[in-house]
Ligand binder design. Structure first.
Ligand SMILES: *Cc1c(COP(=O)(O)O)cnc(C)c1O
Length: 427
């Protein structure tokens, strides 16, 4: 194999959220199997990130590989305009079966951000179609993350999402304070007072309330009380606002339920899924809406078309792999796995609480978070973790892990010990 040209990479290729001119170091990976990434120099790293919530079954999974190979030999891609194919139909059937009964209209998008764009577009077209064109704004909560395209960015946390960079370009929406009561704490009605006031004042112009159910991911790795979500559902019903649940990070078992909305026993009007959908193999997401929304849009202006249609919509390769991935989810082993990971993270990360450098340690589902008091030096931390044979990518003041569901006890132990070691050094 040719060596990876790191000098070229450094000079010419942007990596996520980094400068091209003073980039952070990158680690060359040549293969991945199970829960291990193999570096070019032969070192193996136990993956604590599941490639950003996605590789839940581990890398190089035989079922997913087989699905990809089989589909590749038929066709890698074909346009979805005026054409349909088995992989799309099979996948949509699974999504309709797995999501709450009222969600049954599926849009297959090419990434999480796009599925959020489509959800927002659905909400706006829905309101326009029922004679409420003045409902053009969105309501969301601070500390959220919904993607990097412009409409998605406009509902990300204004500070973390660096809204000031795009002042005058981003649409202005309504932000409620981030919920502070954690799922395991006792509920207090004061938590939703500001939210209620926002609904009362602005509902006439609000099309939808969008939030990440129970777990706020990339906007701060925060967990909040299911009662907040129940209240959100009730307020949406009362004030005639759609509820969009962004389950892109939480969907398919990560929080201990198939979907995080289940913690609150609520059903959104529109749900976005992505990340784990394809088992981390390919970029694919979906926006799933109620029949009522689909029908209402169908009666609207412009012949009732939903105005979206990416080139690689419903890519057959990605759909085939996603079907195989959901097949594994439907077998149900994730429930035990997520519970075991959660328990081990809670005990394995608990010692971090003792260190002065640490502000908070919190775990939920198969997610473990250590919040430091000061921002983490990412380059230094990554070197530290790589030296200990684990792959963890901190951001801001957060060191967090959401490993593949198939991780073994000794492997997860290596991860929690490495995090404890970092905190102990007082970094
Ligand atoms: C990752 C993520 C997105 C964006 O998905 P991409 O595939 O990166 O575009 C949106 N919402 C949430 C909650 C996410 O975690």
């Amino acid at each position: 194999m040719q060596p990876i040209d790191l000098a070229f990479d450094q000079r010419h290729i942007w990596h996520p959220y980094t400068s091209l001119t003073s980039p952070l170091p990158t680690y060359p990976v040549v293969s991945a199997r199970g829960v291990e990434l193999e570096l070019e120099d032969g070192r193996r790293l136990i993956d604590g990130m599941a490639s950003w919530w996605s590789a839940v079954h581990g890398y190089n999974h035989p079922d997913l590989n087989q699905a990809a190979h089989n589909q590749l030999d038929r066709m890698a891609h074909v346009m979805f305009g005026g054409i349909t194919h088995g992989p799309a139909v099979d996948l949509a059937k699974q999504l309709v079966a797995m999501t709450p009964p009222s969600l049954d209209a599926v849009f297959l998008a090419d990434s999480g951000s796009i599925s959020v764009e489509v959800a927002i577009k659905m909400a706006l077209q829905y309101q326009a179609s029922r004679g409420k064109p003045e409902k053009t704004q969105l309501l969301t909560i601070r500390q959220g993350y919904h993607g990097d395209t412009f409409a998605a960015m406009s509902v990300c946390d204004p500070v973390n999402g660096m809204h000031e960079l795009f002042t005058g370009i981003l649409a202005k929406h309504h932000f409620a304070p981030a919920p502070v009561i954690k799922p395991w704490e006792s509920w207090n009605e004061t938590e939703t007072q500001v939210l209620e006031a926002l609904f009362a004042e602005h509902h006439g112009s609000i099309a939808a309330f969008i939030l990440e159910p129970i777990v706020q991911g990339a906007g701060g790795m925060r967990f909040y009380h299911p009662e907040y979500l129940r209240k959100a559902r009730a307020l949406c019903d009362h004030y005639d606002v759609l509820l969009i649940a962004d389950e892109i990070a939480t969907g398919f078992g990560r929080t201990g339920r198939l979907f995080a909305c289940e913690h609150a026993g609520i059903t959104p009007d529109i749900m976005c899924v992505g990340k784990a959908l394809s088992g981390g193999y390919m970029t694919l997401a979906a926006t799933i809406a109620t029949r009522h929304i689909a029908k209402t849009i169908g009666k609207g202006p412009g012949g009732g078309a939903l105005m979206h249609g990416p080139t690689f919509m419903a890519n057959p390769l990605a759909c085939a792999v996603a079907s195989a991935s959901l097949g594994i989810i439907q077998q149900g082993a994730w429930q035990q796995q997520v519970e075991a990971i959660g328990e081990q993270l809670a005990t394995g990360l608990a010692p971090c609480r003792e260190f002065d450098s640490v502000a908070d340690v919190r775990c939920f589902g198969a997610i473990g978070v250590v919040e430091m008091k000061a921002p983490v030096d990412v380059a230094k931390a990554q070197r530290f973790f790589v030296d200990r044979g684990v792959w963890i990518r901190p951001f801001g003041r957060l060191i967090y892990v959401m490993p593949p569901y198939v991780i073994q006890t000794d492997q997860l132990k290596q991860i929690t010990q490495a995090i404890c070691a970092w905190c102990e050094c007082g970094k």
